[in-house]
Design a protein around this ligand. Structure first.
Ligand code: TRP
Length: 453
C-alpha cells in the first residue's frame, strides 16, 4: 500500500472522538463502579487518579506520538522508529504483544457487552419496569446462568464489531463514533441530574471522595494501576493504531489531555449515579461485584415515568460505548494484517473475529457450565481480565514508556510538542522518562514481593 492511499480521519475532531470512544466503555460504566465498590471507595479513587495523571497521560501521549510519527500499524510503527533511530528491531515486539493482549481482552469484553444487549431486550419488553433490588439481582443471575443467551449476545456483539472494523476508518470507525459519543454524554448528564434530585447523591459523593486508607491493600493498588491502563485504552497499541490515521501536522498533546479528562469525567459520573442508587435502597451493597451496573441502574430507572424507554436507551448506550471500545481492540491487529500481509480488511476481520469469538465462548461458559474450572483460583473470564489488566497492559505500557522516553531521540518528542508551553514539554518528558516507568516498576516489584509472601 502506498503512503498516499492510507486512510486518515476526516478531521482531527474525529480522532478525538474515536480515541475518546475507545477509552470510554465498559471500563468506565461497568468496571470502574464495581471495583471502586469492592475496594472501599475514596482512597482507591485517589490512587487511580494519581495513576491516570502520572502514568496514563504520558503513555497515552507516547502511543499517539508513535502512531502519528510512523503512520503505520503498531508493529511496523515501533519497528520503523526503532530502525530510524538505530535501535534493535526487537522493539517491534511491543506491537506484537499488544495484538495478543487486544485479542484476549476483546474475547471477554464481548461477553460482557453482550449482557448490555440482553438488557436492551429485557428493558424494551417491560421485564424491568418498576423493579426492586432483589428481583433485579435475580434477573442478572439468571442471565449469567444461561449459556445460550450469553452466547447469542456475544455472537451478535462480535459480528457488529467486525462489521464496523471491516468498513474501515472513515465509513466504519469515524462515522460510528461521531454520532454515538455525543449521545452517550447527553444521556449520562441526564441521569446525573436525575440522581441528584432523587438518589442519595450526598452519600455517593462521600463514598467516592472521602479518603479512607484502611481499605487500601497492595492488591487494590495493583487494580488501580491496571484499571488506569484499561480505561485509557493504553498498553496494547490501540491509540498507536488510531494515531496512525492522524496527519503529522496535528498537535497531539492537548488532544491526549482531552481524552484523559473525558474518560475520567465519564467514569466519575457513572460512579456517582450508580452509588446514589445503591445507597438509596436497602439491600443493595456497593461491593456486589460485576453485577453492580446491571442490578443497580434498572432499579434507579424503573421508578421513572417511561422507564421502559429510558432503560432501553441507557443500555443501548452502554452497548454503544462498548462497541466504540471493542473496535479499537481489533484495529491494531487488523491494520497489521492489511498493511504487511496484504490481506483485505474483510478477510482479516473474519479470520481474527472467528478466533476471538471462539475464545469468548470459554469466558461465557465460565459463568455457568464451567464455573468450577479454575486456574490459579480464577474462572476463565476473571483470569483473562486479571491477566490482561494487571499484567499485560502495564508491561506493554512500561515498554512503550522506555522505548519512547529513552530509545528515541528527545528532539523528536520536542518537535511533536513544538506548539506547547515549555513547562508542559518538560513536564511530559519527565513523566515519560522517570515518573511513569519508576512508578510502574515500583508497583510491579511491590506486587511480586507481596505475591511471594
Ligand atoms: N478503554 C476501554 C474501556 O474502558 C476498553 C479498551 C478499548 C481497551 N481498547 C482498549 C483497554 C485497549 C485496553 C487497551 O472500556
Amino acid at each position: 500500500m502506498t503512503l498516499s492511499s492510507r486512510p486518515v480521519w476526516q478531521h482531527p475532531w474525529v480522532f478525538i472522538l474515536a480515541a475518546a470512544g475507545s477509552a470510554v466503555g465498559l471500563g468506565n460504566l461497568w468496571k470502574f463502579p464495581y471495583i471502586v465498590g469492592e475496594n472501599g471507595g475514596g482512597a482507591f479513587i485517589l490512587v487511580y487518579l494519581v495513576c491516570i495523571t502520572l502514568m496514563g497521560l504520558p503513555i497515552l501521549f507516547a502511543e499517539a506520538f508513535v502512531g502519528q510519527r510512523a503512520q503505520a500499524n503498531p508493529v511496523s510503527a515501533v519497528g520503523q522508529l526503532a530502525s530510524a533511530s538505530k535501535r534493535s528491531p526487537r522493539w517491534a515486539g511491543i506491537g506484537a504483544l499488544g495484538m495478543i493482549t487486544g485479542a484476549l481482552i476483546l474475547s471477554f469484553y464481548s461477553v460482557v457487552a453482550g449482557w448490555s444487549l440482553d438488557y436492551i431486550w429485557s428493558s424494551a419488553s417491560g421485564v424491568l419496569a418498576a423493579i426492586q433490588p432483589d428481583d433485579s439481582a435475580a434477573i442478572f443471575t439468571s442471565l449469567t446462568a444461561n449459556p445460550e443467551r450469553l452466547l447469542l449476545w456475544h455472537t451478535v456483539f462480535m459480528l457488529t464489531t467486525l462489521a464496523i472494523v471491516g468498513f474501515g476508518v472513515q465509513r466504519g470507525l469515524g462515522n460510528a463514533t461521531k454520532v454515538l459519543m455525543p449521545l452517550l454524554f447527553l444521556m449520562l448528564i441526564g441521569l446525573f441530574v436525575y440522581a441528584c434530585t432523587q438518589g442519595a447523591m450526598a452519600k455517593s459523593f462521600a463514598f467516592l471522595f472521602e479518603f479512607n486508607t484502611e481499605k487500601l491493600t497492595p492488591y487494590s493498588i495493583a487494580e488501580a494501576v491496571g484499571h488506569a491502563f484499561f480505561t485509557l485504552s493504553i498498553g496494547m497499541g490501540a491509540i498507536m493504531a488510531y494515531g496512525a490515521y492522524l496527519p503529522n501536522t496535528i498537535p497531539i498533546a492537548r488532544t491526549v489531555l482531552a481524552i484523559a479528562v473525558i474518560d475520567t469525567l465519564v467514569a466519575l459520573t457513572a460512579g456517582l449515579v450508580i452509588f446514589a442508587t445503591v445507597f438509596s435502597y436497602e439491600g443493595m451493597s456497593p461491593s456486589s461485584g460485576p453485577g453492580l451496573l446491571f442490578i443497580a441502574l434498572p432499579v434507579a430507572m424503573g421508578a421513572l415515568p417511561y422507564s421502559e424507554v429510558i432503560t432501553t436507551l441507557f443500555f443501548g448506550l452502554v452497548a454503544i460505548a462498548a462497541l466504540s471500545s471493542a473496535i479499537s481492540l481489533l484495529e491494531p491487529a487488523t491494520a497489521w494484517f492489511v498493511e504487511t500481509r496484504g490481506w483485505s480488511r474483510w478477510r482479516t476481520v473474519l479470520a481474527l473475529g472467528a478466533l476471538i469469538w471462539a475464545l469468548g465462548i470459554a469466558s461465557a461458559l465460565s459463568l455457568n457450565y464451567w464455573s468450577e474450572v479454575k486456574l490459579m483460583g480464577l474462572a476463565i473470564l476473571d483470569l483473562l481480565d486479571k491477566l490482561t489488566t494487571l499484567i499485560l497492559l502495564p508491561v506493554g505500557g512500561l515498554l512503550t514508556a522506555i522505548f519512547v522516553g529513552w530509545r528515541l531521540p528527545i528532539a523528536w518528542l520536542e518537535r511533536a510538542l513544538i506548539d506547547e508551553p515549555a513547562w508542559l514539554v518538560r513536564g511530559l518528558i519527565i513523566l515519560l522518562r522517570w515518573v511513569a516507568p519508576l512508578l510502574l516498576l515500583g508497583s510491579m516489584v511491590y506486587q511480586i514481593n507481596d505475591f511471594i509472601q
